[in-house]
Write a protein that binds this ligand. Structure first.
Ligand SMILES: O=P(O)(O)OC[C@@H](O)[C@@H](O)c1c[nH]c2ccccc12
Length: 255
């Protein structure tokens, strides 16, 4: 699946026109995850659909979702901007940045310098870079470019081997373990525990995908995660604010 998505991206990139610069306030993802609202940082994802689950939320309003996440005390947002496979749009991110005072991660398949510039132009605070999508040397080039253009990076890996090959080249400040294998879509939060021991002490660790209960939160925290990235389980409920409170084992009135 990842291969197919990357092929589509290549075609998109060949036609990509870089938009004009949005003027936005910037917030640091690293700082937000370093001093989270709860014992574990939360990046809440605005996710309408996915290739593995199909449509996740009908009657989708990206701004209402983002506002509800903010009210629920999310530390940061992730916004899917891929159109073809995730039914997202870069305009979702532009709109959300105008309304929300939180760091916003652009969630897409970024493999080319022009997409880094595009991300900076639309006002993203951070971008996702996927270890399994390119060679570590190329990933490092995009990483450096991103920081030069004022963006932070969440460097995601699924496999231990991918992390090791990246660490041979550089040490990302924020490392994500994707509990979902992007080739097979198999998801297991035990992946976080397995990889955590190889994450350098100075890097922040984010556990991504397949998190849906307070037990999961507890498990990845015990495994050494500083934060979690959660999409589907929050998106499927009517109120994202209430969904966050439930996920963290709080009563609706506790905060
Ligand atoms: O919906 P979930 O299982 O809570 O997962 C969220 C997020 O981790 C997932 O959307 C994701 C992680 N890495 C990605 C890379 C591309 C697209 C999507 C993703």
């Amino acid at each position: 699946m990842l291969k197919q998505i990357l092929q589509t991206k290549q075609e998109e990139i060949s036609q990509l026109v870089v938009p004009e610069q949005q003027i936005t306030e910037h917030y640091s993802l690293y700082e937000a995850l370093s001093k989270p609202n709860r014992t574990l940082g939360l990046i809440a994802e605005v996710k309408r659909a996915s290739p593995s689950k199909g449509m996740i939320k009908e009657n989708f309003n990206h701004l209402e979702i983002a506002q509800s996440y903010e009210q629920g005390g999310a530390d940061a947002l992730s916004v899917l901007t891929d159109e073809q496979y995730f039914k997202g749009h870069r305009n979702f991110l532009i709109d959300i940045k105008k309304q929300i005072q939180l760091p916003v991660l652009r969630k897409d398949f970024i493999i080319d310098p022009i997409q880094v510039t595009e991300s900076a132009r639309i006002g993203a605070d951070a971008i996702l870079l996927i270890g399994e999508a390119m060679e570590p040397s190329k990933l490092y080039e995009l990483y450096k470019q991103a920081y030069e253009e004022g963006l932070e990076c969440l460097v995601e890996v699924h496999a231990k081997e991918t992390l090791e090959s990246i660490l041979n080249v550089f040490t990302p400040a924020i490392i994500g373990v994707n509990n979902r294998d992007l080739h097979t879509f198999t998801t297991s939060i035990e992946q976080t525990k397995e990889i955590a021991q190889f994450v350098p002490k100075d890097s922040l660790l984010v556990s991504e995908s397949g998190i849906g209960s307070y037990e999961d939160i507890h498990y990845v925290k015990q495994s050494g995660a500083h934060g979690v990235l959660v999409g589907e389980s929050l998106m499927r409920q009517d109120s994202q604010k209430a969904a966050i409170q439930k996920l963290f084992g709080e009563s609706a009135h506790a905060r």
